[in-house]
Design a protein around this ligand. Sequence first.
Ligand code: GDP
Length: 299
Amino acid sequence: MAMFESLSKRLEGIFSNLSGQGKLTEDDVNAALREVRIALIEADVNLKVARQFVERVKQKAIGADVMGSLSPAQQVLSIVNEELIEVLGGTDDKNKLDLSGAPPNVIMLVGLQGAGKTTTAAKLANYLRKQGSRPLMVAADMYRPAAVKQLQTLGKQLTVPVYSEPMGANPVDICANSIAYAREQACNVVILDTAGRLNIDERMMNEIITIRNRIQPREVLLVADAMTGQEAVRVAQDFNQAVSLTGMILTKMDGDARGGAALSIRSVTGVPVKFMTVGEKMDALEPFYPDRLASRILG
Ligand code: GDP
């Protein structure tokens, strides 16, 4: 994975210095972990998260008996791997999309303009349809006129129905009306593409809070741009405070970012990452699997 290349190379370099020794001494571990900490910070991982990460690895590593066929370096790497999985969200069921409510289950997407919200709505619809669902997409972003058209075009391309109303309609009503429409059309999942702004402002937040309260979606997912690093983490904190997110989708994980957002966002906010997107094509959305991502990070 391109975005983590420097981190994984660095870890490999660090741990190769540990090989060939019989036992992990405190000095060995400290020296390696200093480098791990620097690598994490260079990857734009939140400082507090990096510090806690290193502390946990240290506690597990120091004094650990070198087991069987594992070299000391492999052993530390395996502890780092375990901690990476943990910091990315573990193997909890909370990482999975919850569509267990009475249909139609509503997934509300929120996020800043440019994060990839509209294209992610379509990718998610495509994904869910492949899983056997009948999704409806709802164009409720009335601030960016092109967003409605964009969603309609994507809907046509995927043959997924799109609910929209003329420009000027009230976004809260659009969302409410779309639920009735979904029932009529026998759609069992509704994906709401809500208003995005360049920055968080009160009007946008009030609108999404009103939609959340009125519609009571099963899922409220923040679409966050992984390329923006710690900025994505701050945005996630703000949205979570305002609307209580149930999950997040990290976009642009194919990009050239340093990986800090993916490694920090879960532990800083406590909100699970449920999906990531890895490109512009409609099939470039995957469930977020911490164990697979950790292996990719370590190379
Ligand atoms: P919105 O303003 O949040 O609705 O953003 P859009 O869905 O219009 O996406 C903004 C831009 O980001 C578009 O050019 C998308 O193709 C691009 N984009 C979204 N997700 C990804 C991704 O995972 N990888 C890449 N490379 N580009 C993406």
